[in-house]
Ligand binder design. Sequence first.
Ligand SMILES: [Zn+2]
Length: 86
Amino acid sequence: MEWKRPTRTSSPKPNFSRQTDNRVHTISLMRGPFQLCDSCYDTVVSEQLVDARNVASDHDAVFDSVCPNCYDRNRPLIDDMLGSSE
Ligand SMILES: [Zn+2]
């Protein structure tokens, strides 16, 4: 019989005390993590560009949906994915 170690009997409380105006969300693209601001994250979620695990399969659609700030923030990854798609 398998004996399971009790791990985290009390669930860890997320710390919401420090709220910032610009939260950064991270989704996963094929080549790496992609950071989004609040509103861009809302967009990709409502457009259903990410699945339940925040993995986006259609990176083109994600790149099209983000604001210039997010585009800039993720420029290396975007260049990498767009540049090597041949
Ligand atoms: Zn953004």
